[in-house]
Every structure is written in C-alpha cells, then in structure tokens.
Design a protein around this ligand. Structure first.
Ligand code: CDP
Length: 244
C-alpha cells in the first residue's frame, strides 16, 4: 500500500470508482487459448490494462536431474515482468517480488494439477507480463490455468483468480493499480470453482474480521466470473471452429 494521494477520488458520491466501475464490477477480461505455436500450451489474457502471455512446456525431462521426483511430476513457474511493462523501466533481472509471485502462482496451481501420472518429469509455466496495471498475479494465474488445460495437462479443476480489496472504507472487487497504490487493502485470491477451494489468498493492508469475510465472498464471486471467461477461451479454441 502506498501513501494516500489526497487528489485521487477512489469512490465518488454515486458509488463509482476512479475508472468508472461499480464496487462489484471486474475490469474487462478477455482470454485467448493456444496463441504460441512452439509451446505445448499457451494463453493470452487482457485483464483491464494488464497484458500477459502464458506458455507451458511439458511434461518433459527435468534439468537439473536432481530436482526430479521418482514418484510424481513437478511444476515449475517463472513469472517475469518485461522491462516495458511498467512506467519506470524494470530491471530485467529477477526481483524478489518476481520470485515470490512465481512461488505463489506455482503453489496456487499445484492442488489442481495431476502430475502423478508423469513421474520424473516437469511442467514448466512461463508467465510474461507485457503490461502491468495492478493484479498481475491473479491475471497470470488465470492465464496459466487456461494454458495448462490447452497443453492437455490433467487437472482436477481450473484455477480462477481475482482480487478483492478496500478503498474509501468500502470493500471492492478487482483492485487496479491506482486503487492498490492509494487504497487500504488488496487481497488476491485463487479459487477452484467446481471444488469450491481457495488455492491462493494473500493480504496487503488491514481489514476488520467482517471486511475480511466480505472480501472473501466478493473475491470468490470475481473468480466465478473469470472462470466463465476461461471456459469460453477453451471452448472457442476446441469447439467453435471445428478441428484446427
Ligand atoms: O501485480 P500484483 O497486484 O499482483 O502485484 P503487486 O506487487 O501488488 O503490484 C501492483 C502493481 O504495481 C503491478 O501490477 C504494477 O502495475 C505495479 N508495479 C510497478 O509499477 N513496478 C514494479 N516494479 C512492480 C509493480
């Protein structure tokens, strides 16, 4: 949470947010599955102003070999922000933030992915943030899930993702960058909509127990909305236009 900028009106008297949304509205989300020819599975997501590519390789041999597990396949995830993805040029070397986000996305996908049929192999997930505007970990997680399905990796459920948060003492859905910087709380969530299980929950900021419960409710609602768009992306690739 950055310091509050007194000039930013995060919620006006009509209940409209700084980008014109209502409190329960997500940004516009579009997803396209199968956008990279050379990856085993892929997806491109636009989540408001976020633009992210997800590429999957595997199951394939693990290098270095000592990381392989004789009982199951493993997941590996690299979340990377391109130098032009943010206002101030980002150093291309992996930052602590990118290491953390790579880890939480991997852990958010692990409950969904069934890898025991592929012992000694790895499934690599590459997430390239082309443009960032708050909520990239949720958008990247949603894209990764579609890309894994596109790669034909067996899964128990899709993992959907959306953040809830708090601005102007009000719980809101899908926090954008401005709201993240000037608001009071940001709570990214990952959720398996059919199994009804939360696989990612982080909180930056302060919430009362009541606000926390409301954020979980609102966040799950956002995840369910994103899930419909994830399904649509897969249907568009595999059912709408015949065999491609
Ligand atoms: O992107 P997400 O909300 O998952 O993670 P964050 O660490 O809360 O970052 C919030 C936003 O800050 C990002 O989405 C970017 O828009 C911005 N950011 C930035 O401008 N420069 C960075 N080096 C890192 C993040």
């Amino acid at each position: 949470m950055g310091g509050r900028d007194p000039n930013v009106v995060l919620l006006d008297e009509n209940g409209k947010r700084s980008d014109g949304r209502t409190v329960n509205e997500t940004r516009k989300v579009t997803i396209k599955a199968g956008v990279l020819k050379n990856a085993n599975g892929s997806a491109y997501i636009e989540f408001g102003e976020n633009k992210i590519l997800a590429g999957i390789y595997g199951p394939r041999d693990v290098h270095p070999k000592h990381l392989s597990n004789p009982d199951t396949g493993i997941l590996r995830c690299r979340y990377h922000m391109s130098p032009f993805s943010v206002g101030e040029r980002k150093n291309p070397a992996p930052s602590r933030r990118e290491v953390e986000i790579s880890k939480v996305i991997k852990e958010a996908l692990e409950p969904a992915v069934i890898l025991d049929q592929f012992p000694r192999t790895v499934v690599d997930i590459f997430l390239e943030i082309l443009q960032a505007d708050g909520g990239t970990r949720c958008a990247a997680l949603a894209a990764a899930s579609v890309a894994l399905a596109d790669a034909g990796i067996p899964m128990r459920d899709m993992v959907s993702a959306c953040a809830a948060g708090k601005v102007a003492d009000t719980v809101i859905l899908d926090v954008n960058n401005e709201e993240d910087q000037a608001g009071q709380a940001d709570m990214p969530m990952g959720y398996m909509p059919n199994l009804k299980k939360i696989t990612l929950l982080q909180l930056d900021g302060v919430l009362t127990p009541e606000e926390y419960k409301k954020c979980v409710e609102v966040g799950i609602d956002g995840c369910n909305q994103v899930y419909e768009i994830q399904k649509k992306a897969l249907e568009e690739k595999y059912f709408s236009k015949g065999d491609q």
